[in-house]
Write a new protein. Structure first.
Length: 200
């Protein structure tokens, strides 16, 4: 079968078309890289305090090897600055977490101390109540005349506290042995013990 003159094989045409498309794609990628790298260089120049911002904004000729090296150096510099910034943020987050942990530990210690203090106060209150109850029994079992002589020397509020814990008969016998003035003062204290309690 003979080929007709002037016609090219279809495969060669397809290869040529693919080559042209590939070249265009490579050219497009190169232009995009050049544009982005130029912007990075410009921004790096401004961030670094370039004395001539207008010169920093000019598009770099990245076709030249030295300009390409400048672009790569600028990108690496910016990347290093971002990594440094990230490290600072991570360090601050670590410091905040450490401070929060320390605060939580201090709060736990304070709560534990408060619980221990409440227990101590409770034990002390129970011991004091037991002492007062025992002393009240001692006064109640004394001879009324002897107990009256002791209550005569006490503060009226203090004496009223003991008498309020006794039975009515014991308290009446002791108060009968006091002077009228002292018995009157203690009676006023006993009557006013619940005066501050609200009715409703």
């Amino acid at each position: 079968m003979t080929r007709q003159p002037g016609k090219k094989p279809a495969k060669r045409t397809q290869k040529g078309t693919l080559a042209i498309i590939g070249a265009l794609l490579l050219l497009s990628a190169g232009l995009r890289l050049a544009t982005e790298a130029g912007q990075v260089i410009a921004s790096e120049g401004i961030l670094a305090g370039s004395p001539d911002p207008a010169a920093a904004n000019q598009t770099q000729d990245l076709a030249r090897p030295d300009q390409m090296e400048v672009a790569l150096a600028a990108i690496k510099k910016r990347e290093a600055r971002l990594m440094e910034r990230e490290a600072e943020i991570n360090e601050r987050e670590s410091s905040v977490e450490a401070a929060e942990q320390a605060i939580r530990e201090e709060i736990e210690k304070l709560l534990e101390t408060e619980q221990n203090l409440r227990k101590t106060i409770s034990v002390a209150a129970e011991a004091a109540e037991a002492d007062i109850a025992q002393l009240t029994d001692v006064y109640a079992n004394m001879k009324p005349k002897q107990a009256a002589a002791l209550f005569e020397q006490m503060d009226s509020t203090f004496a009223a506290g003991f008498l309020a814990r006794m039975t009515s008969d014991s308290a009446a016998r002791i108060m009968a042995g006091m002077t009228p003035e002292k018995a009157y003062e203690i009676s006023l204290k006993l009557a006013g013990r619940n005066a501050d309690i609200p009715l409703r």
